[in-house]
Design a protein around this ligand. Structure first.
Ligand code: ADP
Ligand code: ZN
Ligand code: ZN
Length: 743
C-alpha cells in the first residue's frame, strides 16, 4: 500500500510514500496531515489517497522499493474533510494551480507548520455566554462604557455570546469587572456538550420586514433542490442585510450552519455588529486581522459544528462545516473576492461550487451585480430576486453633475460644491467626499520643462505625500525625499498636479476651520479598531466632513449623511480594462447609496469634465440595469466575458525581451493544438502590461479567450502540463483564470 500526498510545491502531481516506520497503513486517512521528506527538506502534506500498488499499475516493484517513509502522522482528526478536498481538487483543476499549493493556501497557517507534539498546546474550545443580573446599576453616571455594556446585554434574555460582545467593542476585562461587582453573570460552555444551550438561539427581529423582503426570503428556500443560486439584486438601502439575517435564522432553526462572506472585514465592523447582535449563537470570524490561534480556533469550532455562523473575508471560503445550510456572499461584485497573488481563486465562484457540493442554497447579494452573475441570471442558471425599493425611512438621493471644464478648482473642489457642503454642514448634516486616490497629489511636475517624477523601479509616477513631505510609489512601495529641483532642468519650482485625499482634506480644513473632519483611507485607517472608532464617532450624528477612498464607499449605513460629493468621476472611465464602465458604474452607485438612508433626503454631486458621457444618464436615474444591458450587448459583440472565458498568462522577467519570448513560445504551442483552428479559442498578445516594469521586473501578458468548457480545460491543462519548464530560467509565468487584474 502507498500513500499519495500533496505537498506545497509548484508541481501538478502528488507524491507517494510508505507509512511511517512502525506505523500501520490502516491509520492513514484521506485529508490527514503528514510530515514528509521532500528534496532534502521536510514538508507538511495532505493525504490525497491511500491505495495499493496493484491499482496503481504505473508503479513498479522497483519504485515501491525506493519509496520513502512518511516522517510523522499528525494524530488530529483529518485536517481536511472529504468535501473540502473535493472543492480544492476542483479549484486546482479549474484554476490550473498545483493541488499542493491550493491546499496550502486553504489551511489555517498553524496547520501549515510542524509544531512538535510537546509544544502543541491543546486548542481551547470553550466559550462563554453573558447574562444581566437583577442588581440595579449603582455606579457613576458618567461610566458610559459600563452602562453601554449593561444595556447591550440586558436586551438578550437567553444571554449573549462573548464573541458578539467583543465585536461590539467590549473587552473581556471590562466584562469581568462588571461580573465581580455583581451586575453580570457568565456561564462557560464546553461547546461539544452544549448543543442544546447553543441551539436555543433565534430572537425576534426588531424591524418588521416589508413584502419585498418577505418574498425574497421565501424564494431563497423554494424547491426543487436545496442547492440553488439566488442573485439578490437589491438597490442600496433596500434591506439586504435584514434578508440575510432572516435566512440565517431559518437554517439555524433547522440545526444547520451558515457562512457569510463580506468583502473587507476591517471596513465593515458595522455589518459584523449587525449580524452578531441579531443572531444569538456562537459566531466564528475568519479574516486576516485575527491571530493564527484565533483562526485555527474558528476553523475547529466550525468543523465540529459548534460555531453556527462563520463570518469572514475571501479565505473564509475554505472553512470546514459539519452541516452547512446556507452561504451568503455580500457585495458579490466586489473585486476583493478575487485573490490576485499565488492561487488566484475567486471566493464568489468557489462559494457557488461549495454550495453545490454541500447541497445548500447560496445568496449572491448586491445592488450592482457583476455582469457574469447577471448573465447567469439571464440564462436561467441563477435565480434573480429583486428588491426595488429602499426599506424603512430611506429615500433615493437626487444626483446632479457639476461640469468642471471651465471652473477653477480649489484643492479639487469647485465653488458650487463648496457652497453646497457649507449649506449641509450649517443645517447640522454630515457630508461624504469621495476621491479614490490617497496621498496629496498623483503627480509632481516641473513648472519649467514639464518633467514628471517617476519611480526608479516601475514605469509609473510617484505620488506626492505631504505629512511628512515625500514621494511614494503606490505600486512597489518605493519612497524618496521630496526633490529640491527638477531632475531634468534643475529648475526649483515643482508643482503637485491633481488632488488626492490629503490635499482635499487640507483644502477643506482651510475652508471649514470649525468643522470636524475625518479622512478615511489606507494611510489613516490601519487597524480594525481605527475604523470602529471613527464609525462610532460618525454615528453620534454631529455635523462633520468625511473624506475618503473606496473604503468609505462600501456598505456603511450612516443615517445623517445628506450629501455625497464625487471629486473626479472621469479617471476611472478611461482605462484599457474592458470592465471600466462596469466598475465605474458599480462604484458611483455604491457611493451614491451612502446618502438618504436615515429619512433625510440626500443629494449626490458628481464633478466631471465629461458631462455628456452616456454613463451619467442611467447613474442619475439609479438605473444599473440599463447600463448592464448595454454593456452585455457590447461584450457579446466582442466575444468578451461573460460571453467567453478569459485566461491570462503573465510573464515576469528582469530581461525585457525574455518575458515576451516566453509568451511567444507558449502562444505558438497553443496554436499548434488540433482544435485551435475551430475558433474555439483566440489568443491575444503577447502585449506589455500597462505598467510594463514593476518593482524592477518586466511584465507581459498573453490573453486567451475560449468559447466552450472543453477548450477551456484543454488550454489550462496544456499550460499546466508544461508548467515546470515554464518556471525554469529567469522568467516566471503565472496563470490567472477569470482574471480581473490584467493590465
Ligand atoms: P442594504 O444592505 O440593502 O444596503 P440595509 O440592510 O443596510 O440595506 O438596510 C438599510 C437600512 O434600512 C438599515 O438601517 C436597516 O436597519 C433599515 N431597514 C431594513 N429593512 C427594514 C424594514 N423592513 N423596516 C424598516 N427599516 C428597515
Ligand atoms: Zn524641469
Ligand atoms: Zn515603483
Amino acid at each position: 500500500m502507498v500513500i499519495s500526498v500533496a505537498v506545497p510545491v509548484p508541481l501538478f502531481k502528488t507524491f507517494d510514500y510508505l507509512p511511517a516506520e512502525g506505523d500501520q497503513i490502516a491509520n492513514y486517512k484521506k485529508g490527514q496531515r503528514v510530515l514528509v521528506p521532500f528534496a532534502g527538506r521536510k514538508l507538511i502534506g495532505i493525504i490525497i489517497e491511500v491505495s495499493s500498488p496493484v491499482t496503481k499499475s504505473k508503479l513498479n516493484q522497483q519504485e515501491t522499493f525506493t519509496l520513502k517513509h512518511i516522517c510523522l502522522r499528525y494524530k488530529e482528526i483529518p485536517a481536511l474533510s472529504e468535501r473540502q478536498l473535493e472543492l480544492l481538487s476542483w479549484a486546482s483543476y479549474y484554476y490550473g494551480h498545483p493541488i499542493g499549493e491550493c491546499i496550502h493556501t486553504a489551511l489555517p497557517s498553524l496547520l501549515r507548520k510542524h509544531i512538535s507534539e510537546k509544544n502543541r498546546s491543546q486548542q481551547t474550545l470553550s466559550t462563554s455566554k453573558w447574562y444581566r443580573t437583577t442588581k440595579p446599576f449603582a455606579g457613576k453616571k458618567n461610566a458610559t462604557k459600563q452602562i453601554a455594556i449593561l444595556e447591550a446585554i440586558s436586551g438578550h434574555h437567553h444571554g449573549i455570546w462573548l464573541d458578539a460582545l467583543k465585536s461590539m467593542g467590549f473587552s473581556k476585562a471590562q466584562l469581568n469587572a462588571l461580573e465581580k461587582s455583581g451586575y453580570l453573570d457568565s456561564k462557560s460552555f464546553d461547546p461539544l456538550t452544549a448543543e442544546s444551550e447553543i441551539s436555543k438561539n433565534i430572537e425576534k427581529n426588531s424591524v418588521s420586514l416589508n413584502p419585498e423582503q418577505v418574498n425574497a426570503i421565501s424564494e431563497v428556500f423554494l424547491p426543487p433542490s436545496p442547492f440553488k443560486v439566488s442573485l439578490l439584486q437589491g438597490v442600496t438601502g433596500s434591506g439586504k442585510t435584514e434578508v440575510y439575517i432572516e435566512c440565517v435564522k431559518k437554517v439555524l432553526n433547522k440545526g444547520q450552519q451558515a457562512l457569510i462572506l463580506i468583502p473587507e472585514i476591517n471596513l465593515s465592523p458595522q455589518t459584523l455588529a449587525r449580524f452578531q447582535s441579531n443572531l444569538d449563537t456562537p459566531i466564528g470570524l475568519a479574516h486576516s486581522g485575527m491571530s493564527t490561534k484565533e483562526r485555527l480556533s474558528s476553523w475547529q469550532l466550525s468543523e465540529s459544528g459548534v460555531a453556527k455562523v462563520i463570518i469572514g473575508t475571501r479565505s473564509a471560503i475554505f472553512t470546514p462545516f459539519k452541516n452547512l445550510g446556507l452561504i451568503v456572499v455580500d457585495e458579490e461584485h466586489d473585486s476583493s473576492y478575487k485573490q490576485i497573488d499565488g492561487f488566484k481563486y475567486s471566493a464568489r465562484d468557489l462559494a457557488v461550487k461549495k454550495a453545490q457540493l454541500e447541497n445548500c442554497p447560496i445568496i449572491l447579494g448586491t445592488a450592482t451585480p457583476c455582469l457574469e452573475s447577471l448573465h447567469n441570471a439571464n440564462s436561467g442558471k441563477y435565480h434573480l430576486i429583486k428588491l426595488d425599493h429602499r426599506a424603512g425611512l430611506g429615500v433615493f438621493p437626487k444626483v446632479h453633475l457639476i461640469d468642471i471644464r471651465s471652473r477653477a478648482l480649489e484643492n479639487g473642489c469647485s465653488r458650487p460644491l463648496l457652497g453646497k457642503i457649507g449649506e449641509e454642514l450649517s443645517a447640522g448634516n454630515q457630508v461624504i467626499i469621495f476621491q479614490n486616490r490617497r496621498g496629496f497629489a498623483p503627480t509632481l511636475m516641473c513648472n519649467s520643462c514639464g518633467w514628471i517624477s517617476q519611480c526608479n523601479h516601475c514605469d509609473s509616477r510617484l505620488t506626492v505625500h505631504s505629512a511628512p513631505p515625500h514621494l511614494h510609489c503606490h505600486h512597489c512601495n518605493f519612497k524618496k525625499a521630496f526633490p529640491k529641483e527638477c531632475e531634468n532642468c534643475h529648475y526649483t519650482q515643482l508643482s503637485p498636479i491633481g488632488s488626492g485625499t490629503e490635499r482635499i482634506e487640507a483644502g477643506l480644513r482651510h475652508h471649514f476651520p470649525d468643522t470636524k473632519i475625518w479622512r478615511i483611507d489606507r494611510d489613516t485607517i490601519r487597524k480594525q479598531s481605527d475604523m470602529k472608532n471613527v464609525i462610532e464617532e460618525i454615528n453620534q450624528g454631529d455635523p462633520c466632513l468625511l473624506i475618503g477612498t473606496q473604503m468609505l464607499a462600501k456598505g456603511h449605513d450612516f443615517h445623517n449623511v445628506t450629501l455625497v460629493a464625487v471629486i473626479d468621476a472621469d479617471s476611472s472611465f478611461f482605462s484599457s480594462d474592458f470592465r471600466a464602465i462596469e466598475k465605474s458604474a458599480q462604484q458611483l452607485l455604491q457611493v451614491a447609496g451612502r446618502t438618504g438612508r436615515g429619512g433625510k433626503p440626500g443629494t449626490v454631486l458628481i464633478q466631471t469634465r465629461k458631462a455628456e458621457h452616456p454613463l451619467f444618464a442611467p447613474i442619475i436615474a439609479n438605473d444599473y440595469e440599463s447600463i448592464a444591458r448595454t454593456e452585455l450587448k457590447d461584450r457579446e459583440l466582442c466575444e468578451l466575458p461573460p460571453f467567453s472565458k478569459m485566461i491570462s498568462i503573465r510573464a515576469d522577467s528582469n530581461i525585457q525581451s525574455e518575458a515576451n519570448s516566453a509568451l511567444q513560445e507558449l502562444s505558438s504551442q497553443l496554436s499548434q493544438q488540433p482544435n485551435s483552428n475551430n475558433n474555439n479559442f483566440q489568443i491575444s498578445g503577447p502585449i506589455e502590461a500597462s505598467i510594463a516594469r514593476k518593482a524592477g521586473m518586466f511584465r507581459s501578458y498573453l490573453h486567451v479567450f475560449v468559447s466552450d468548457t472543453a477548450s477551456r480545460s484543454h488550454v489550462i491543462s496544456l499550460i499546466a502540463h508544461n508548467w515546470s519548464s515554464y518556471r525554469t530560467g529567469k522568467t516566471k509565468l503565472q496563470i490567472d483564470v477569470d482574471p480581473i487584474d490584467y493590465i
